[in-house]
Design a protein around this ligand. Structure first.
Ligand SMILES: *[C@@H]1O[C@H](CO)[C@@H](O)[C@H](O)[C@H]1NC(C)=O
Ligand SMILES: *[C@@H]1O[C@H](CO)[C@@H](O)[C@H](O)[C@H]1NC(C)=O
Ligand SMILES: *[C@@H]1O[C@H](CO)[C@@H](O)[C@H](O)[C@H]1NC(C)=O
Length: 489
């Protein structure tokens, strides 16, 4: 698993490796750190607020530290100033211990001595929970364990820090009581209140991103909590988006392998028991009977089949297209109901596809003569992490001047692409991702030209009648698309 930075420039990375000695200088102090962990299923959301104070003049680079264990689980991380939406630039730094990583965050404005700021670090962890017990009978309750480090570590001194872990249901079964923390607190090292476990507050913590502190004080804490929703994982998503100017169509097809990552089923699956419990509306948290998806508005000809064939038990409610740029949050809803409930540890593979009017996601920039098409990276399955994704975008034949804008700036080790001609000779872009979370449900923007001459390259394939109607639609399209010109990031 890999940590994905919101903003990381390879050039910056290099320069930070070179000048990585600044951390010993105490340029900041953390006056307060509050970490809030929303315990979940396959995704765990963490918000950490750092109230920082500058101790040196002109302090512009604040360094965050992350235990390697935390880093491996972190699939999304973003740093911003409190009250602002814009993410701050950051660059990872090499370190020699291999026990933590350092991230240099560039503040928008340098702080003077005693100047303060509040930094919010939002992150999403994946693969951070595991079912416990690992196996459960069909009608048993589901419980998960989440493992974390007790202290939020930092290269700077911390006046006070606290970690709150919130369980979605009041059922916290057990939690670790930390040892050897008397030097940081006179009170209880941990308290429980309803569904919330609080570690700390702990006071006067020295700089902790170093082996000495980690050896002496850092420790694991484990929360065991009941979880009443299915733990969903998409082990593999293969999306193919095919752009056709001829049909004025955007076809999207997803091949999905869904997995119930809850406790594996102990014993045989009993359909009778299952029907019995559904009849009495006694839902079992770790069984997945159906999944509701938000598909785009304006789609048509949706299809859904699995290895056996068409699945007729699913329901699709389509919503008409919404004008581009409108704030309306409109979706088509698909209730995907597999042939059988997906029990813990089971996989379910299916294919889902639909057509959408190309105009809904395409703009034409008359200045550059380029089309710009928005292709969503994925359709979110609520709560599910996408462990591996492959997004293929097939452009119209003869497309040239191809460029794209990535939704989340990324380094090459988590993101690869290539352009090639598919069997029909159409330029194709291929994107690969890992551990996509709800934050990654964004779009790739592809722009290209379809020169007229490209269509003339195969004159024999086109009868005169079709050709004339094509020209007609192209003219119509231009007018239409220019009206809804869209801003690309
Ligand atoms: C910073 O704050 C400390 C303690 O409040 C004070 O002693 C010091 O003079 C301040 N420094 C500046 C430059 O304001
Ligand atoms: C599935 O249904 C669609 C439309 O309802 C139909 O065109 C297609 O042939 C069916 N496929 C199979 C394998 O039954
Ligand atoms: C489901 O898939 C995972 C990995 O893709 C595999 O390890 C597991 O054995 C599969 N489970 C079943 C019941 O086939």
């Amino acid at each position: 698993m890999a940590l994905r930075w919101c903003t990381s420039l390879p050039v910056l990375l290099l320069s930070y490796v070179v000048c990585s000695l600044a951390v010993e200088i105490q340029s900041f102090e953390n006056t307060n750190i509050l970490r809030t962990v929303e315990l979940g299923g396959s995704q765990v959301q963490i918000t950490t607020t750092f109230a920082i104070k500058a101790l040196q003049p002109n302090a512009k680079t604040y360094t965050l530290a992350l235990d390697v264990d935390e880093q491996e689980k972190t699939s999304w991380l973003e740093v911003r100033l409190k009250g602002q939406q814009e993410g701050l630039e950051m660059a990872p730094r090499e370190d020699d211990t291999g026990r933590y990583v350092l991230l240099d965050v560039t503040l928008p404005k340098a702080l003077a001595v005693n100047g303060t700021a509040n930094l919010i670090v939002d992150s999403i962890q994946t693969g951070a929970t595991f079912p416990w017990p690992e196996k459960a009978a069909q009608a048993a309750d589901q419980a998960l364990k989440y493992r974390s480090d007790l202290f939020v570590i930092s290269p700077y001194k911390t006046v006070t820090q606290k970690t709150k872990l919130r369980s979605p249901s009041p059922g916290v079964i057990s939690h670790t009581t930390p040892k050897n923390v008397e030097s940081f607190t006179l009170g209880d090292p941990v308290t429980k209140s309803g569904a919330t476990i609080t570690y700390g507050p702990y006071q006067n913590i020295p700089a902790s991103a170093n082996s000495k502190f980690l050896d002496e004080h850092q420790q694991r804490v484990i929360i065991h909590y009941s979880y009443e929703h299915p733990v969903l994982e998409v082990t593999k998503l293969k999306r193919a988006a095919e752009i056709s100017h001829w049909g004025s169509n955007l076809n999207i097809q997803d091949e999905v392998v869904l997995r119930n990552a809850g406790p594996t089923l102990k014993g045989q699956f009993s359909r009778i028991d299952y029907q019995h419990s559904s009849y009495y509306k006694k839902s079992v948290s770790h069984v997945i009977p159906a999944v509701t998806l938000h598909l785009p508005a304006g789609i048509r000809d949706a299809y859904y089949y699995d290895q056996i064939g068409n699945v007729s038990t699913s329901r699709l409610r389509t919503t008409p297209s919404v004008p581009k740029g409108s704030q309306a949050n409109q979706y088509s809803f698909l209730e995907l109901r597999p042939r059988y409930p997906i029990m813990g540890g089971w996989n379910y593979s299916f294919t889902l596809g639909w057509d959408a009017p190309l105009a809904d996601s395409t703009s034409y920039d008359s200045k550059s003569g380029k089309y710009i098409v928005e292709v969503p990276v994925m359709t979110t399955i609520p709560g599910a992490v996408v462990k591996e994704a492959e997004v293929k975008i097939v452009l119209p034949e003869g497309a040239t001047d191809i460029s794209y804008v990535e939704p989340f700036p990324s380094t090459s080790w988590m993101f690869t692409y290539k352009t090639y001609l598919d069997t029909s000779g159409r330029p194709t872009l291929l994107f690969e991702y890992q551990d996509l979370t709800i934050k990654h449900a964004q779009s790739i923007y592809v722009s290209y030209k379809v020169p007229f001459s490209a269509h003339l390259q195969k004159p024999f394939a086109v009868s005169a009648a079709i050709f004339i109607s094509f020209m007609f639609t192209l003219v119509g399209r231009r007018i239409d698309l220019t009206l809804h010109k869209q801003k690309v990031q």
